[in-house]
Design a protein around this ligand. Sequence first.
Ligand SMILES: NC(=O)c1ccc[n+]([C@@H]2O[C@H](COP(=O)([O-])OP(=O)(O)OC[C@H]3O[C@@H](n4cnc5c(N)ncnc54)[C@H](OP(=O)(O)O)[C@@H]3O)[C@@H](O)[C@H]2O)c1
Ligand SMILES: *[C@@H]1O[C@H](CO)[C@@H](O)[C@H](O)[C@H]1NC(C)=O
Ligand SMILES: *[C@@H]1O[C@H](CO)[C@@H](O)[C@H](O)[C@H]1NC(C)=O
Length: 354
Amino acid sequence: MILAIGCLVIVCATTIAVIKSKKPLKLIIAEAKYEILYNAVGSKYMMNDFLMRNKNKLTELPKDLKKIAVITGGTRGIGLEVIKLLLTADINVIIGCRNVQQGETLLKKFRDMGIDRGNIEVYQLDISVTNSVKKFASEIKERHDKIDYLINNAGIMFGPYVESRDGYESQFSTNYLGHFLLTHLLLPELKRAGTEKSNSRIVNVSSCAHVIGKINFEDINHRNRYIPSEAYAQSKLAQVIFTIYLNDLFKKENAHVQVHSVHPGIVNTDLFNGTHLKNLAPWIPHLFFKSPEQGAYPIIYACLSPKLEGQGGTYIDNCRVVSPSDRASNPEVQEKLFKYTKELLSIEKYSELL
Ligand SMILES: NC(=O)c1ccc[n+]([C@@H]2O[C@H](COP(=O)([O-])OP(=O)(O)OC[C@H]3O[C@@H](n4cnc5c(N)ncnc54)[C@H](OP(=O)(O)O)[C@@H]3O)[C@@H](O)[C@H]2O)c1
Ligand SMILES: *[C@@H]1O[C@H](CO)[C@@H](O)[C@H](O)[C@H]1NC(C)=O
Ligand SMILES: *[C@@H]1O[C@H](CO)[C@@H](O)[C@H](O)[C@H]1NC(C)=O
């Protein structure tokens, strides 16, 4: 009931905001369509989080792993909780973040909380900038020849149209393109860490929003028509598509690496700053969303659960394997997006076979 009123408030306020903005009718209709779709998908998944809350738990996690994880972002939000849980399992964490100082204070913070295991290394990374990704990867490679887990977490949602330094729409470059490159650059280290019994793992933090995404090859940057939520859904769909594609590739190469994409849940983080929802009804995220810690559980599950050994290519929601949208499973689109992205980044050989 409260939820229904909340949704109604949002729909009305959005309608007024859209009408006042004096945009062309076609754009207004398209924006309204996405607004409604997001509210529908968001509510559905929020309900799902509630119903599945007993499944969203970490049991039987191995301890004393002494392994190495790389995470993008993570000085706040869900990533912060992921780092905390990794340290608890005695995993060393390499953090790539924009504000190195902020990253460096984390370890002290965690030690003060009584977490006395694991270690943290922090490097400067702006995942939306190609050169920064290359520098980050080479710094890691200098010090480590094996990486057990790569967690592609950094992400942004909505916001005005901004292009990254390399000329790509910011959500596309942050959520997708930068991670595509990073994954490619760290593949040798990931392959070295994997063994027949224990694959190394790549975990992509995607989103339920991928179900309404569409890859717009004609205008990947959405320059002609920018609807922030449409672009976010595209970037998240692109991640899910790659999870499936890459996992198949690794199987063919007989590489001991497996890939998962994860929907962390609808989680109360700063990601929602600036959205209609947070502006109009801040009590909704507060009351009904998952906490960042609860959002971290499925990510940790994807990294560490022994149940998932050999189960790569899957999509995880609330610590369970579920099937992603059909849109992600279309081999033609997978192939096309892979080739397209490789060309954008001038990558000649992504992995051994392709
Ligand atoms: N919250 C949800 O309900 C939800 C639902 C589905 C999926 N997700 C996904 O979960 C992931 C984490 O989101 P969150 O909810 O934890 O959001 P958040 O609290 O806003 O955290 C986002 C993180 O990404 C980092 N980041 C953003 N742009 C970056 C860049 N260009 N270079 C390096 N780091 C960058 C941020 O670092 P700075 O401190 O430098 O900004 C921050 O650490 C995202 O991929 C998001 O799409 C979230
Ligand atoms: C993870 O997502 C990125 C895009 O964000 C993609 O390039 C990369 O290949 C994905 N990794 C895997 C292993 O699916
Ligand atoms: C998001 O909003 C909260 C509350 O207004 C604020 O404390 C926080 O700094 C904001 N975060 C970002 C990343 O803008």
